[in-house]
Structures are given as structure tokens and as C-alpha cells.
Design a protein around this ligand. Structure first.
Ligand code: AMP
Length: 458
């Protein structure tokens, strides 16, 4: 997700390169909305950012203001009508909005918005609920309307929104999903991760604070914080483990360094006699390097990833995920043959990847395979914006570690402990959501919520 106000320039071009850097956060659909002081225009489509935007698509996207989004579906199926940014009209005017997160009380709010404002919903996303709520919120300025949304919405939201002449941003009071602020010349950039700022040549100023609202317009940048006392923070720890790019800074820590620390902790918790440490590329590389350093066992590349295969997990269907995993990795037989391997993985969710990787490595002649997972067992679904699968699909919710080891055909299997993870993950501010491991959700959730909860009542 990205927002840009670039005086005197076409902000949609900047948004495009920002989205390109954030492609890992969503590969189902993408879009950009741009505004020139009078009109809002939007272009969305299914697919990757580079597939969606051709030169001619930028012609209508003129203006100094732009917001953009790459979608990874959490609420609402993967289809064009659910692509973002969404454009709605309410009593406060016309508004484009892009959202990262998940709103737990979306169904209830949707009913209220339909009754009170006669809002028509064209998507099955929770993001459209936020858009209508904001466009119809009470208040005399956007800060007040955004604070109204913050009080009303339960769950996770980092969002960017745009009128004809203003870009705004907000982060939920728990700071569950990331959001950062930077400058580009005399312009301003908001992005989900700092890696987007780096690629744009923008200067990283700071992370957007939990409960903060930012307004970017021809008067510059304004910030406001929710007045009520902040509750504890609950930054998603899975961003540190897997989701964010390793070259991003989250909570004041470079993600790559955080993952190395996790790998080192994993080595302390689950040592093993072995010849070589490999990671499952790319997401486990930093953790594998950390494991190798701590254990003294040499690190090597052992699997080569076809880098044109995207994040297979992000595929919304299991059939596509299976196919994707098969296309993804190829072993380096000279590294693997006859060796006792430590194979570091960032996480096991449904258990699609690990057995496949082990099969590939055994075929390449590995003597022993010791799987080390840089996350605790994932036992609970995420209702905060990571599409983790339903609980009955989560392998660790239904099987013991020994059963998973056996099923995957590993010689040993060790998961990072929750205590160990938290010990090495204390960013400069601390306070994580670790509900996928513990079931302790930072806001009360109804456990029957599902990805398709808004599907039946459009
Ligand atoms: P699985 O094959 O279902 O066990 O998925 C595990 C692999 O998918 C991990 O090793 C990660 O690389 C990746 N992954 C884990 N969680 C997610 C997620 N929520 N979205 C996308 N990819 C994920």
C-alpha cells in the first residue's frame, strides 16, 4: 500500500514504483487512484503490478496525489470487483481508499451503513466498509472523520485514502500492520514498508504511530494522534518472521537482522550434529545464516528458487499452491549429496511446502534432514490481516510435532519457542500480536469469522 503527494509531478508514477517494491505483500490484484485537485481516477486489475499497468493506463491517472494497493485477500474472494483502491461517495464527498488489515466487526458495520446511509456495496471486502464509514463519518475535517473510524472499527487497519486534493493515512491504535512515512523532494510518501521508500529514493522519516492520522495536502503534512490513552501495542510478529521484506525496518529493527537473531535462537534451542545449514529461499535465508553462525555449522545455498514463481502460499487455492511449490525449488546436488542437512524454514502453515522440499532434497542425495522452523507452531487463524488458513487447515493445530515430522519424512523437527521468539524480537517498542501461536487475540474475536463473511450479503 502506498500514498504519495508529489507537488508538480505525476504521483501515480511514484505510486507505481512504490507498489512494485511492495509486490510481495499481495499478488492477486493491484491498482492506483490518482487525483489532480478536481477529479479522482482509478485503474485496477487482477495480476501483478507490472502486468496491470501499461503506459496508456497512466494517462488518466494524472495529478499530484495518488494512492495504490496490492491485494492479498483476507476478507472477500480474489476477484476484480474486490481490487483496490475502492472509490465511494458519501456525505463528506468522493473518496478513494486502500486498506491493509482485517476488520472484525465489518458485517455489523455494513448493516448499519446500509440502514443509516443507504450505502450500496459493490465488493465483498471489509475495506469497502471502511471507505463508506469514512465517507459518511461525522466531523468537520478528515482528522475527525478518521478518528471516528478508529473508534468504530475493530481489528487491524493501516490505510491510505484520498479525496480530489488530499492524501491521508491512518494506523489502528494497536499498530497491528506496518505503515511508514517518508519524504521525496518536497513531496511525501506513505508506504506499508520502508523498502518502498528506499527504491523510490525517498527518505525514511519514521513509522506512522499506532492511532495516528496523517493528512497530506497543499499545506504540507499534518499529523494528529488519538486523544484517548493508547492501549498496548500489538504489532504483528509474523511480519518480522515472514511477511515483510528483509530489507525493511519494522519497529526500529532491520527485518533481516531480526530474522538472523531468530535463527540464532533456534540454534540454541534445537542444536543438532550436521554438516551444512541451508535455508528455504528466499524467506528463510536470514534465519538460516543466523542458525549457521550460532551453531558453527557452515551455511550454503542448497535450493535454488525460480524467482519468477511468486509467493505460492498467497495463491488462494490449494491446487494452485501445490503446483506452485513444485515449480519453485531446484536442489544443488553437489551441496546436498551425502550431507547431513539442517534445513531452516520460516514457518509451517498448512504443511504444503516442507514435505515437498524434503522429497526434493532426499532425491538429491541428502543423508539426513533436520528441519528447523523459525516460528512456533501456528495453531490459530489470523483475524488481523494475514491469510493464514482456517484452523482445520493449520497442520500444527491438528497434529503433534512428532506427527508432523513423520508426515514430512524429516529426521528431526524443531520449532522456535514462543518465549525464544519474543526474547529476540523485542524491537525498540515491544508489544506484539502473537495470536497465531497463542490464540491471545489483541481484540476479542468471534471465532466463526471467515474470509467469506461478507460474501453472502452484498
Ligand atoms: P505451508 O506450505 O502452507 O506450510 O506454508 C508455509 C510457507 O509459506 C512458509 O515457509 C512461508 O514461506 C510461506 N508463508 C507462510 N505464511 C504465509 C502467509 N500468510 N502468506 C503467504 N505465505 C506464507
Amino acid at each position: 500500500m502506498v500514498g504519495a503527494y508529489i507537488p508538480g509531478a505525476e504521483a501515480s508514477r511514484v505510486a507505481f514504483f512504490g507498489l512494485f517494491a511492495l509486490q510481495h505483500r499481495g499478488q492477486e490484484s493491484a491498482g492506483i487512484a490518482a487525483a489532480d485537485g478536481h477529479n479522482i481516477n482509478v485503474h485496477t486489475d487482477m495480476g501483478l503490478v507490472t502486468q496491470i499497468f501499461r503506459e496508456r493506463d497512466f494517462l488518466p491517472l494524472s495529478g499530484e496525489f495518488a494512492i495504490g494497493h496490492t491485494r492479498y485477500s483476507t476478507t472477500g474472494t480474489s476477484q476484480l470487483c474486490n481490487a483496490q483502491p475502492l472509490v465511494v461517495e458519501g456525505v463528506a464527498g468522493k473518496l478513494a481508499l486502500a486498506h491493509n488489515g482485517n476488520i472484525i466487526n465489518a458485517s455489523h458495520l455494513k448493516e448499519q451503513l446500509q440502514k443509516q446511509w443507504n450505502c450500496t456495496f459493490n465488493t465483498t471486502t471489509d475495506s469497502e466498509v471502511i471507505a463508506h464509514l469514512l465517507a459518511n463519518a461525522p466531523g468537520s475535517c478528515w482528522e475527525e472523520r478518521l478518528f471516528h473510524c478508529m473508534r468504530t472499527l475493530d481489528g487491524a487497519f493501516s490505510l491510505v485514502a484520498m479525496t480530489e486534493d488530499t492524501v491521508m493515512a491512518a494506523r489502528d491504535p494497536l499498530g497491528i500492520r506496518p505503515l511508514c512515512l517518508g519524504t521525496l523532494g518536497d513531496g511525501w510518501i506513505i508506504a506499508s514498508e520502508t523498502c518502498a521508500l528506499d527504491h523510490l529514493g525517498a527518505e525514511f522519516l519514521r513509522e506512522v504511530l499506532p492511532g495516528e492520522v496523517l493528512i497530506l495536502d497543499r499545506n504540507g503534512m499534518r499529523s494528529a494522534l488519538r486523544e484517548e490513552p493508547q492501549r498496548t501495542r500489538a504489532m504483528c510478529i509474523f511480519e518480522h518472521i515472514y511477511f515483510a521484506r528483509p530489507d525493511s525496518v519494522l519497529d526500529g529493527t532491520l527485518v533481516y537482522s531480526a530474522r538472523q537473531e531468530m535463527g540464532a535462537q533456534l540454534a540454541r534451542e534445537h542444536p543438532v550434529d550436521a554438516d551444512v545449514v541451508i535455508g528455504i529461499p528466499d524467506s528463510s535465508t536470514a534465519a538460516a545464516v543466523g542458525y549457521a553462525r550460532e551453531s558453527g555449522i557452515p551455511y550454503s545455498d542448497g535450493l535454488i528458487k525460480n524467482r519468477y514463481v511468486g509467493r505460492t502460499f498467497i495463491e488462494p487455492e490449494q491446487r494452485l499452491r501445490d503446483l506452485g511449490v513444485r515449480q519453485k525449488f531446484n536442489p544443488l546436488p553437489d551441496v546436498i549429496r551425502g550431507q547431513r542437512l539442517v534445513v531452516v524454514d520460516d514457518s509451517i502453515v498448512r504443511g504444503t511446502t516442507t514435505p515437498h522440499v524434503i522429497r526434493v532434497l532426499r532425491r538429491a542425495g541428502a543423508k539426513e534432514i533436520h528441519i528447523r522452523v523459525c516460528a512456533p507452531p501456528i495453531k490459530y487463524p489470523c483475524y488481523m490481516g494475514v491469510d493464514m488458513a482456517d484452523q482445520d487447515e493449520l497442520i500444527a493445530a491438528n497434529k503433534t510435532v512428532e506427527e508432523i515430522r513423520e508426515l514430512a519424512n524429516a529426521d528431526s523437527l524443531g520449532y522456535l519457542s514462543i518465549e525464544g521468539l519474543l526474547k529476540v524480537s523485542r524491537g525498540d517498542k515491544g508489544g506484539f500480536c502473537d495470536a497465531c501461536f497463542t490464540g491471545n487475540y489483541p481484540v476479542p474475536v468471534q471465532l466463526h469469522l471467515g474470509k467469506l463473511m461478507l460474501e453472502s450479503d452484498t
